[in-house]
Design a protein around this ligand. Structure first.
Ligand SMILES: Cc1cc2nc3c(=O)[nH]c(=O)nc-3n(C[C@H](O)[C@H](O)[C@H](O)COP(=O)(O)OP(=O)(O)OC[C@H]3O[C@@H](n4cnc5c(N)ncnc54)[C@H](O)[C@@H]3O)c2cc1C
Ligand SMILES: C[S@@+](CC[C@H](N)C(=O)[O-])C[C@H]1O[C@@H](n2cnc3c(N)ncnc32)[C@H](O)[C@@H]1O
Length: 698
């Protein structure tokens, strides 16, 4: 039995099967879909009554790259999603995007999902892809991209009301709906209200109203009067119509109240987060509309810059990526091999949420990159990663993790020294935990592959020295021969992605980033090490060979920015390897190279991703927090228009940059974000200023 207090706890569905392989939820005594007729029912109740086919036709009024959002209560077997996807593929304009947000409190185990979807051969091409990407069953926001159809499934594992609350852009009454992102159609499908009353209540209908706009539709199989009244109470015009093989069902349309005070009454109600805080992380939506020009300039062509460029290029943006060196990935991202690292913690917390979310997203992201042939298979290997418990501290962690994660073998497995040796292919003397989905990627080749996108132009040998705003951003550099600066490029939208050097710009100079020098050592693969099959992590790490060499990482020197190779650091890497894996000494190891980079990190170990705040305005607008950290301040944070940042990926850029870049691209476009509000807040650049104010340090 799993401990409900761990961050990994989720009660999964308890399924009973009938003779026709139709699943029933034992806990609710209710069916997932009607025997033999489930697909027809989905089509009638959800697709037809939300008029999806008619709405997915391009006319002169809608944009080339329209984003359509559906939100559902109860993902269940995914039947509604798959049928929607099939229709989308058949009729939606190819350049449009579908976001399908589905909350599920008790997800099906993968084997149950597979079994229940076998009934629908007509959905097989879709269900196979869903099964391949189906996430590990831990709470939170899992984004699954099916890029060939521009379909994005946001699977939110948790209670629907809590999950939808996280989609609102703020817990502040005035700014809860500040984001432009709204739901176009609602599928209410969370078992019969009489069997599941905790879902069907005012909190849900209120959130639906807050996340809807005029014209948003809703449909549900039920015709229960309390549901109809609840929807009407919060602004939906609802009608009863004939149901599917039952007397009736409900469908409706949302209409924003015409009177401003009624509108704000709806928006300001909240059943959650009653301790409303200052809305510093919200930027005023009026002054931050996505630029119609769809051009972005990005400073720095490492993992953060290349990944941000790729995320925006995929959304149709033209990208100018500006790099000071004569090659991209010249900084920390220039290593030949890096591991897809994640850590686990038995305790809940925002760092743990980010670590896990970014890791799981990265694994799906890289698999898709290979599938789409963006990155050559030789530049990555999902060979798994062993974390050795070499110290007594790690052995204690091993024990507590084993308790909280013992039934997540798809995520991590706990093995003894013998088992670890078998997995590694070399002799290991310690117990370990093994992440089977992990492995290594070549960061330098990844940056090159991502920037091949036809929408990305790279300007090399251009060191940006300052950013000036005169209605749009000018990125200035200086000729060697003169003291005057000249703009290299100008754009409405800019992303600062130059890591530790971000503090050279006046707009970002106050960010509390720290530099950490790191050196890796390259060893030619021979002897015992030649049989290494998996990444091994101890105090450092060693990778299986790529092109005949292993990489040992890495030294860790806070505040040191010298990038010269040190022989003493090679020795430190070797010593660390031999301490953790004494058998590695048996190989006649030869150092055949190495590389130094500077990592960039923050005091709270999270990256800095989001729109850049205006430090002086923050200090002025939120000064009341010095006296009372719970002061209600009705001012949205002042942010620089169109200026974003993506830095401080520490020692895990391969893991963190895919999710952070996807977040940034969603924010820039005001699309549905890949993570919930709490995490967006935890990553946002203004957090340090707010913390300093609260601690009276500003
Ligand atoms: C030794 C070592 C080992 C590591 N191992 C791993 C690992 O195994 N797994 C993992 O996930 N992570 C690892 N990391 C961390 C990872 O490399 C970083 O998190 C990641 O590379 C950060 O990417 P970035 O784009 O933010 O920074 P960088 O790669 O440093 O990119 C910043 C870019 O900005 C450019 N630039 C700077 N100033 C300007 C300017 N003014 N104008 C224009 N361009 C500018 C720089 O030239 C550089 O190309 C390791 C890091 C080191 C140092
Ligand atoms: C009828 S099934 C959904 C069928 C599903 N839409 C499909 O296409 O297969 C109802 C689902 O709602 C889920 N559910 C019940 N209460 C919930 C809640 N409070 N939050 C989120 N999901 C919930 C159940 O676990 C179940 O999977």
């Amino acid at each position: 039995m799993q401990d409900p207090k761990t961050p990994y706890y989720l009660k999964t569905a308890d399924i009973k099967w009938d003779n026709d392989n139709v699943p029933t939820a034992a806990d609710f005594q209710d069916i997932y879909f009607q025997k033999l007729l489930g697909l027809q029912e989905t089509d009638y109740v959800f697709l037809q009554q939300n008029k999806l086919a008619a709405r997915w036709v391009k006319d002169l009024t809608n944009a080339e790259d329209q984003h359509f959002t559906i939100a559902e209560t109860g993902f269940g077997t995914g039947l509604n999603f798959l049928a929607t996807w099939k229709l989308w593929r058949e009729i939606a304009p190819k350049s449009w995007h579908l976001h399908f947000i589905s909350a599920e409190k008790h997800p099906l185990q993968p084997q149950d999902l597979k079994r229940s979807l076998q009934i629908w051969p007509e959905l097989q091409t879709f269900s196979q892809q869903l099964i391949a990407q189906y996430p590990v069953l831990i709470p939170g926001h899992h984004l699954l991209d099916f890029d060939s159809d521009n379909v994005h499934l946001h699977l939110l594992f948790g209670d629907a009301i809590e999950c939808f609350e996280q989609i609102r852009s703020s817990d502040h009454p005035l700014f809860g709906t500040a984001s432009q992102h709204k739901v176009d159609a609602w599928f209410l499908d969370g078992f019969a209200p009489v069997k599941n009353p905790s879902l069907w209540n005012d909190s849900l209908y209120l959130l639906m109203a807050q996340l809807s706009k005029t014209g948003s539709t809703v449909s549900t199989f039920t015709a229960v009067s309390a549901v109809r009244k609840g929807l009407i109470k919060y602004g939906f015009a609802v009608e009863k119509i004939p149901g599917f093989r039952k007397r009736d069902m409900l469908r409706g349309t949302y209409c924003e109240p015409a009177i401003e005070s009624d509108k704000s009454a709806i928006q300001s109600q909240t059943h959650y987060n009653k301790g409303v805080k200052a809305p510093w992380y919200i930027s005023n939506p009026e002054t931050n509309k996505p630029s119609p020009k769809k051009h972005v300039a990005i400073i720095g062509a490492g993992l953060a810059g290349s990944m941000s460029a790729y995320a925006l290029a995929k959304r149709g943006w033209q990208v100018t990526l500006v790099e000071r060196e004569d090659a991209i990935a010249s900084g920390a991202s220039g290593n030949s091999q890096g591991m897809l690292y994640t850590s686990f913690s038995p305790l809940p917390g925002i760092v743990n949420t980010f670590t896990l979310s970014s890791y799981l997203y990265a694994l799906r992201f890289y698999r898709n990159l290979v599938k789409e042939e963006v990155l050559d298979r030789k530049y990555l290997d999902f060979c798994g990663m062993l974390q050795l418990a070499t110290t007594s501290k790690q052995q204690n962690l091993y024990k507590s993790l084993k308790k909280s994660l013992h039934n997540h073998s798809d995520l991590v497995q706990f093995v003894n020294a013998d088992q670890a040796s078998k997995i590694a292919g070399i002799e290991i003397a310690h117990p370990a935990w093994f992440s089977p989905g992990s492995g290594w990627v070549s960061p330098v080749n990844l940056c090159h592959a991502l920037t091949q996108h036809p929408h990305i132009t790279v300007l090399r040998n251009n060191k940006i020295l300052s950013l000036e705003y005169d209605g749009k951003w000018q990125l200035n550099t200086r000729d060697d021969s003169s003291t005057t600066s000249r703009p290299v490029v100008s754009s409405d939208t800019v992303i600062i992605a130059n890591s530790i050097d971000a503090t050279m710009f006046s707009q970002s100079q106050s960010l509390p980033v720290k530099a950490i020098r790191g050196q890796i050592t390259r060893l030619s693969s021979q002897g015992e090490l030649n049989s290494l099959k998996t990444v091994i992590c101890h105090e450092g790490y060693i990778t299986p060979a790529m092109e005949g060499s292993h990489h040992l990482g890495a030294t860790f020197d806070l505040g040191d920015i010298d990038t010269g190779i040190r022989l003493s650091d090679h020795q430190r890497n070797l010593d660390s390897l031999y301490t953790a894996i004494p058998s590695a000494k048996n190989s006649s190891n030869v150092i055949n190279g190495g590389r130094v980079g500077v990592r960039c990190t923050t005091p709270d170990y999270l990256p800095i991703t989001g729109q850049l705040h205006d430090q002086q305005s923050f200090i002025h607008d939120y000064q009341a927090l010095r006296k009372n950290s719970n002061e209600k301040i009705d001012v949205a944070g002042k942010h620089y228009p169109g200026l974003f940042i993506n830095i401080a990926h520490g020692s895990r850029g391969l893991t963190s940059t895919p999710l952070c870049s996807e977040l940034l691209a969603a924010q820039i476009n005001q699309h549905c974000p890949p993570i919930g509000r709490n995490l967006i807040k935890a990553l946002s650049p203004g957090r340090f200023t707010i913390r300093d104010l609260i601690r009276n340090k500003r």
